[in-house]
Design a protein around this ligand. Structure first.
Ligand SMILES: Nc1ncnc2c1ncn2[C@@H]1O[C@H](COP(=O)(O)OP(=O)(O)OP(=O)(O)O)[C@@H](O)[C@H]1O
Length: 305
C-alpha cells in the first residue's frame, strides 16, 4: 500500500496549552571538555514544550540536536542553566531520580536497536523491563498482561500480523514502528526521537512520522523529534525549534509557515560557512575537502588564537 504523501493537512494546530510544560529549559548550556579545546554544544537554550505537542528539532549536523535529547533524557548533566523534564530538575537530580525520569521517557533511535534474533513481540515486551523485577529470557518469561499489552501495541502500529516473526526479517520502516511500540510499553510521559527516519525511504519515513503524530494525539503524548527533513517537520509537527551552533535560532508554529522560511535555518549557515571558508583561505588556512558546518568551522578557525 502506498503511504499518502505528507501534507500540512495532516497536522492540526497546537494542542490546548493545558497543564505544566513537560519540558522547560532555561539557559541550558553544555560544554564538552575544558580550556581552549572545549566545545560549546548547547548555548543558553531556553524553550518550553507543552503537553501533547509534537515538536521537531531541526538543524545542521553538529548543531546540538542529539546532545539536547541526551540531556533531556538525563544521560548527561548540563554544564549550566536549568532544565525541567516531567517535573525533574536536570541540574539538581540525583542518580536515582534520573533513572526514574528515564523510565518515564520513551526513546526512539535512528538505528531502531531491536534484538534481531528475538521475535517482534518479545522486542516490544522488553519495553516493560524497567517496571519488572529481574532479567527475562524468552517471551513466556513476561507476565501475560505485558504480552497482551505488547500485542495491543503492535496492533496500534499495524504490525500484529508479524508478532512471531524474527525482528531482523522486517523492513527498516517496520522495525522503527516496532521500536515505537516498544517505547510506548513504558507508558511514557514524553517521547524523544533522535532522527527516527534518517535511514528510511521517503514512504516509510512518512509512515513513521504519521504514527508518531497519531500516538501523540491519541495518548496526549508529548513528542520531541530531531529531523533532517524539513517537509516532514512541516507536515507532522506542531512546532519547529531550529538549532544553529547550539543556539535556538528559530521557534515557530508549523501552521501557516512556508518552507522557504524554515530553509533559512540552513541557508544562512551555508552562507556563514562560505564566508568563514573564504576568510580562512585568505588567512592561509587549509580547508577540508568535505562540507563543513559553521559549528565545525568556528573552532577550527579560532584554534591557536
Ligand atoms: N561526548 C562528546 N564529547 C565531545 N564533543 C561532543 C560530544 N558529543 C557531541 N559533541 C559535539 O557537540 C556538537 C553537537 O553534536 P550533536 O551530536 O549534538 O549534533 P547533532 O545536531 O545531533 O548532529 P547530527 O545531526 O549529525 O546528529 C558537535 O560538534 C559534536 O562533535
Amino acid at each position: 500500500m502506498t503511504a499518502p504523501a505528507p501534507t500540512a493537512a495532516h497536522v492540526t494546530g497546537s494542542p490546548a496549552a493545558a497543564g505544566e510544560p513537560v519540558i522547560r529549559l532555561d539557559g541550558l548550556t553544555k560544554r564538552f571538555g575544558s580550556g581552549a579545546d572545549s566545545l560549546l554544544a548547547l548555548d543558553d537554550v531556553s524553550f518550553e514544550v507543552r503537553p501533547g505537542e509534537v515538536v521537531a528539532l531541526l538543524g545542521l549536523s553538529g548543531s546540538g540536536k542529539s546532545t539536547l535529547l541526551s540531556l533531556l533524557d538525563g544521560l548527561q548533566p548540563p554544564t549550566s542553566g536549568d532544565g525541567t523534564v516531567l517535573g525533574t530538575a536536570l541540574a539538581r537530580a540525583g542518580r536515582s531520580e534520573l533513572r526514574a525520569l528515564r523510565r518515564r521517557i520513551g526513546f526512539v533511535f535512528q538505528q531502531f536497536h531491536l534484538v534481531g534474533r528475538l521475535s517482534v513481540l518479545e522486542n516490544v515486551c522488553t519495553g516493560a523491563l524497567g517496571s519488572l523485577r529481574g532479567p527475562r529470557l524468552g517471551l513466556l518469561s513476561y507476565p501475560r498482561a505485558v504480552r497482551e499489552r505488547a500485542l495491543d501495541g503492535l496492533e496500534q502500529v499495524g504490525l500484529a500480523a508479524h508478532a512471531f516473526q524474527r525482528a531482523d526479517t522486517l523492513s527498516g520502516g517496520q522495525q522503527q514502528r516496532v521500536a515505537v511500540a516498544r517505547a510506548l510499553m513504558q507508558e511514557p510521559g514524553l517521547l524523544l526521537a533522535d532522527e527516527p527516519v534518517a535511514s528510511l525511504d521517503p514512504e516509510s519515513s512518512a509512515q513513521v512520522m504519521r504514527l508518531l503524530a497519531r500516538v501523540a494525539r491519541e495518548r496526549e503524548l508529548t513528542v520531541l523529534c530531531s529531523l533532517h527533513q524539513v517537509d516532514l517537520a512541516l507536515s507532522w509537527a506542531h512546532r519547529i525549534v531550529g538549532l544553529r551552533s547550539g543556539r535556538v535560532v528559530m521557534d515557530v508554529a508549523t501552521e501557516g509557515i512556508d518552507r522557504a522560511t524554515v530553509m533559512r535555518l540552513y541557508e544562512e549557515v551555508a552562507a556563514e560557512s562560505a564566508e568563514g571558508m573564504a576568510a580562512a583561505v585568505a588567512a592561509g588556512a587549509t580547508v577540508a575537502r568535505h562540507p563543513v558546518s559553521a559549528s565545525a568551522l568556528v573552532p577550527a578557525l579560532t584554534k591557536g588564537d
